[in-house]
Design a protein around this ligand. Structure first.
Ligand SMILES: Cc1cc2nc3c(=O)[nH]c(=O)nc-3n(C[C@H](O)[C@H](O)[C@H](O)COP(=O)(O)OP(=O)(O)OC[C@H]3O[C@@H](n4cnc5c(N)ncnc54)[C@H](O)[C@@H]3O)c2cc1C
Length: 418
């Protein structure tokens, strides 16, 4: 194909970046328009007083197949979490390890007062079930809510409330586990078959790496798009750019505004609080879950235990996340979070400095059944218009990358046949 097939991609999150990369690789001339002052979308990292604050706690699961294809993991300098979690229950933390990857931790898991011995055997069964067959098969299995799924798998109420609900609520960002069981199976398989990791310098290293693959001049920042048609894009500034094809790679909400025929089910949100601590309140590079939350925090992590570059020398960074957007104002939310964490870690919490609170109302697209009954929604809308983003596949880094590869392939095929 000659270098004159102008395709415009709107939105430079992971989906738009990956789509633009695939188009450029195919020899298509591409322009990537981003409303913000940097690429990354929901995957951004801000530096505050020398601390790296990911805009909402999130992790890369290294088993994601699309991520393996899109990223150079070595260059990202990935740092892995301990495989499992620490669960707060009955006034103490208990280790829930993956027994297949951490044998010593596995025996402590069996002793932890979170669910029965049978429940722990069922975790092994769940691991087997989600791991068997091709990954693709998971998306064809019967779909129900995640709560029904774990109930049908025979888990006790104690195990669901003591581990499974807080764990998956923190991932799906909704406490009722209404999210599709297909997503639970996919996520569990990814956790079980790879590392849970962060790039050494913050999660924004992911989009930065993708942006670095683009030819010079492709990415235009501070360029919000107002309207699109099949043959042009008009910016908020009034500038109109002609295009052979347009790919809308925004979040679902913005995509619905640009493409009126699109139906977006809405989003789940979260808040993330960051604290600077003189010393880390725990040593382990692990996720903490509160199964009996006496406050707004569902989970916490010390990111500087995962990668020391998250904090300046001699300090530690603590992140604490909610499920949903709390009604409390920032001051009250800070007080409530500190009270909860003082219950875990004692009076040291009072000395911590609040660095920032992020409220992210549109963190993840809602994926309740039958939301994933069609695991890959169409990316080709007709008339030279395409759409991609996590709302087209599933709410994850992998979903954003997969949908964008599909959209690029569809556009390239259509241009070649035109
Ligand atoms: C707090 C949080 C935690 C998460 N945790 C995880 C996790 O642990 N693991 C995981 O796999 N996934 C996680 N995710 C999900 C993952 O980050 C997203 O699925 C993924 O980043 C979505 O990428 P995207 O490119 O589809 O959309 P976005 O990142 O939303 O990118 C869309 C881009 O379009 C731009 N845009 C919007 N409108 C316009 C316009 N009119 N003109 C121009 N540009 C526009 C936006 O500025 C943005 O840059 C999490 C997300 C959040 C927010």
């Amino acid at each position: 194909m000659e270098q004159q097939e102008q395709v415009i991609v709107v939105g430079a999150g992971l989906a738009g970046l990956n789509c633009a990369h695939h188009l450029a690789e195919a020899g298509v001339s591409v322009t990537l328009l981003e409303a913000a002052d940097a690429p990354g979308g929901r995957v951004r990292t801000e530096t505050v007083n020398g601390f790296k604050l990911d805009r909402g706690f999130q992790v890369l699961l290294t088993a994601y197949p699309e991520a393996r294809a899109a990223f150079d993991y070595e260059a990202l300098d990935l740092h892995a979490f301990f495989p499992g979690a620490f669960v707060r229950k009955g006034g103490a933390f208990h280790q829930i390890a993956d027994p297949f990857r951490d044998v010593a931790g596995g025996s402590r898991t069996l002793a932890a007062p979170v669910g029965s011995f049978l429940d722990k055997a069922r975790i092994g069964q769940l691991r087997y079930n989600v791991g068997r067959g091709e990954l693709e098969d998971l998306w064809q299995r019967p779909e129900t809510t995640s709560l029904n799924y774990v109930r049908n798998a025979g888990f006790s109420v104690a195990m669901i409330e003591g581990f499974l609900r807080p764990f998956f609520a923190g991932i799906f960002l909704e406490p009722d586990l209404r999210t599709s069981s297909r997503m639970l199976e996919f996520v569990f398989r990814m956790f079980a078959s790879g590392d849970t990791a962060l790039p050494a310098t913050g999660i924004e290293a992911l989009p930065r790496q993708l942006a670095g693959h683009l030819p010079d001049g492709v990415l235009r920042l501070n360029s919000p798009v107002a309207t699109i048609s099949s043959r042009s894009v008009t910016l908020d500034s009034g500038e109109t750019l002609p295009a052979r094809a347009v790919v809308v790679a925004t979040d679902g909400q913005a995509a619905q505004e640009l493409l009126p025929e699109l139906v977006y089910p809405g989003s789940y949100g979260t808040a993330c609080l960051y604290y600077a601590a003189p010393t880390p309140p725990m040593r382990e590079p692990a996720l903490l879950l509160d199964a009996e939350p006496a406050g707004p925090i569902n989970n916490a992590v010390v990111p500087s235990n995962i990668s020391p570059l998250y904090a300046p020398p001699g300090a530690a960074l603590v992140s604490a996340s909610t499920v949903g957007i709390p009604a409390a104002d920032d001051e009250t939310l800070d007080e409530q979070a500190r009270a909860q964490m003082t219950g875990w870690w004692g009076e040291q919490v009072a000395a911590w400095e609040l660095l920032k609170i992020y409220r992210i109302p549109e963190a993840l697209p809602i994926q309740e059944p039958p939301g994933l009954s069609l695991p890959r929604r169409p990316v080709r809308l007709g008339g030279g218009r395409y759409v991609c983003g996590d709302h087209r596949d599933n709410a994850s880094i992998n979903g954003a990358l997969a949908s964008s590869r599909r959209a690029a392939e569809a556009a390239v095929a259509d241009l070649a046949g035109a």
